[in-house]
Design a binder for this molecule. Structure first.
Ligand code: CUA
Length: 338
């Protein structure tokens, strides 16, 4: 582990340490060659300076063994250094970009000018994010209005938060404390005040914090309620009376569309199908679904998608037409949220 450098934010994840090592290695290499080149410039300037007014320089022969070796050297050595830095950076990028499969999914909605967070268990907060130490946390983020950017310097992570799309970030904090959260994309008059904090707590402190707050329904059971409330279950059902595709096990599966295309059903597809049902009609179905644009906010959409993701995931064959038992199991660890 590297020592904390002055003027640098503390490191609260293992990944932050690796990112800093790469950063300082790149700075070190650049610094070494900058100094070397400056010194050589000075040395050659002195060594080969003109000594008489009528002195003429001698030309170097191109293609001699010595110059060829020199040219190969100054091409291959920098190439090697750059490939080394690239490969190292790529490995870190893959770590940053791929959340572990056991990460707990939290939801973040950016809005002029605040961060709204929902825990999988249902607890909500604004401009604060409480997380347990040592547990991988995946953030699924979207915006209600303009582009924001979720930036936690102590974790060395930053990701734009876009309207109409889902982006993700993940981290595993290994140091308890309170860390700055910034919006890092200019988003309007009060962008500079769109700040908050991430509080990393010991797991038992986190549990008592969760228990101490107002307890609402979990994200998945809120989604189950909406599913019934908006009468989704009257058409999306597993039995023969279904007028719309059965949603069990949908997310992650490939779907064949009316126009012959095959797509993978991901969060963005489910979101689009709720808001713009006519955009992608599943083969064999009529375009009869009404749009829900303007009737569901981003948090409702997240809840519905989480619920739909959990359908069939527990392997008990619970249908979309029977959301009540699914709502009951939503708080249990085998739900689709973990
Ligand atoms: Cu949100 Cu800047």
């Amino acid at each position: 582990m590297m020592p904390d450098a002055p003027l640098f934010p503390v490191r609260a994840t293992a990944l932050a340490g690796e990112i800093d090592q790469l950063f300082w290695t790149a700075v070190g290499i650049a610094g070494f060659f900058s100094v070397l080149i400056a010194l050589l410039l000075f040395y050659f300037g002195m060594r080969y300076r003109r000594r008489h007014p009528d002195e003429v320089g001698s030309s170097t022969e191109h293609g001699s063994k010595a110059t060829t070796a020199l040219e190969i050297g100054w091409s291959v050595i920098p190439l090697g250094i750059l490939i080394f830095l690239f490969a190292w950076g790529l490995r870190i990028y893959f770590d940053v970009a791929r959340p572990p499969s056991d990460a707990a999914e939290f939801f973040v909605v950016g809005k002029q000018w605040m961060w709204k967070v929902q825990h999988p268990e249902g607890r909500r907060e604004i401009n604060e994010l409480h997380v347990p130490l040592g547990r991988p946390i995946k953030l699924t983020m979207t915006s209600e209005d303009v582009i924001h950017s979720f930036f936690v310097p102590a974790f060395r992570i930053k990701q734009d938060v876009l309207p109409g799309r889902y982006t993700t970030l993940w981290f595993k904090a290994d140091r308890a404390g309170s860390y700055h959260l910034f919006c890092a994309e200019f988003c309007g008059a009060e962008h500079s005040r769109m700040i908050g904090r991430v509080v990393v707590m010991e797991p038992h402190d986190y549990q008592s914090w969760l228990a101490g707050g107002p307890s609402g329904p979990s994200v998945v059971s809120s989604g189950a309620e909406l599913f019934v409330d908006r009468a989704c279950h009257t058409c999306h059902r597993p039995d023969s009376a279904a007028r719309a595709p059965n949603l069990e096990g949908l997310v992650g599966r490939s779907v064949r569309l009316q126009d012959g295309r095959t797509i993978i059903a991901d969060d963005a597809y489910v979101r689009e199908s709720i808001l713009l049902p006519q955009a992608k009609i599943v083969a064999g179905y009529q375009p009869i679904m009404p749009t829900f644009t303007g009737q569901l906010d981003e948090e409702n959409l997240i809840q519905l998608i989480s619920y739909i993701k959990g359908l069939g995931a527990s392997g008990t064959g619970r249908g979309a037409g029977s959301p009540a038992p699914a709502a009951a199991q939503a708080g249990a660890p085998q739900g689709g949220m973990r």
